[in-house]
Ligand binder design. Structure first.
Ligand code: NCD
Length: 306
């Protein structure tokens, strides 16, 4: 396996073993052995969009596996001088980089690049426009398994800016592959897709109704940077209708867990009390980010090394 772009390219068996590996890495036994797994490898983070947790956790994951890491922000590289992505990747390959973690504002940018011509360096999608964010979906699914014991009976509400969210798209893709068929999408009509994605049981503006019987709810940030002129409700109206506070959370099952990929806009999509409350898994999601990215590196790079 050479690249990690989305879950379509993985077999069911590969998905299961990837998830198993995330959970195994999360136990942090054998840390010394992990540090040997990518010894001698060089990984570059190439980010054309801002990031805190994704970029840092890819970096920490690489360090925990003994790799060297080079970080590049597009604003500080030759990209500013007009260099195209392929030339940047070819340059990194020539320097000796083994894998590049790419975040880019253009949807499908890596798929398009590879369809045009192969590239001899492992590529990892860390978020492409409104496309996919597979490492986030991997960690979200791992945290749901860790928190609930399994995915059996999962009734997930995903709420917010579904239309522009690569986190929603990647989670729908992965959870569908894992047999989950009760996924409910909630948000203002203009932020819901025109066509209901496969395996989504409900698309609605009515958050309260969608929460009935739910045992997990994933809140999403409004992707202001991808609005393209779309009119949004004002912040107060948005919070009233699509914000998650304690009284709204009570409409779900009592053991309903709350996820958010971050960055969290407190008071816009979620209240402080819920974000920091006992049902929130937001902190644990961040923790799971590192083993999830270790498992991805392992899938692409470690087998050739050991
Ligand atoms: C998400 C992203 O970049 O898609 N953040 C993340 O990776 N944790 C979600 C967002 O920016 O809203």
């Amino acid at each position: 396996m050479q690249h990690f772009l989305d879950f379509k390219q993985l077999s069911d068996h590969q998905i299961q073993s990837l998830l198993g590996r995330v959970l195994a890495f999360s136990r942090r036994v054998d840390a010394a052995a992990h540090r040997q797994l990518l010894k001698g490898k060089i990984i570059t983070n190439l980010f054309y969009e801002p990031s805190t947790r994704t970029r840092t956790s890819f970096e920490v994951a690489a360090h925990r596996m003994g790799a060297d890491v080079v970080n590049i922000s597009a604003g500080e590289s030759s990209v500013e001088k007009g260099e195209c992505l392929r030339d940047t990747l070819e340059t990194l390959h020539a320097i000796g980089v083994d894998a590049v973690v790419v975040r880019h504002p253009q949807t499908g940018v890596l798929n398009d690049l590879l369809a045009e011509k192969a590239i001899d360096i492992a590529l990892i999608n860390a978020g492409d426009g409104c496309g996919q964010h597979p490492s986030q979906a991997l960690l979200d699914t791992a945290i749901l398994i860790a928190a609930r014991g399994s995915l059996d009976g999962l009734k997930l509400v995903v709420a917010g800016d579904i239309l522009h969210s690569r986190v929603a798209a990647a989670n729908i893709q992965l959870l569908s592959r894992l047999g989950i068929d009760d996924i409910r999408l909630v948000g203002p009509t203009q932020l819901l897709p025109d066509v209901c994605p496969e395996n989504v049981s409900l698309m609605t503006e009515n958050f309260d109704a969608a929460l009935a019987g739910a045992n997990a709810v994933m809140m999403l940030r409004i992707q202001h940077e991808r609005m393209d002129g779309l009119e949004l409700p004002d912040a107060d109206d948005y919070y009233q209708r699509w914000g998650l506070d304690e009284s709204r959370l009570k409409l779900a099952q009592p053991d309903c867990v709350v996820l958010h990929p971050g960055p969290v806009n407190r008071g816009v999509e979620i209240s402080n009390a819920v974000a920091d409350g006992p049902q929130s898994l937001i902190r644990q999601q961040v923790v799971m980010g590192v083993p999830a990215r270790m498992a991805i590196f392992h899938l692409l790079l470690a087998d050739t090394n050991n």
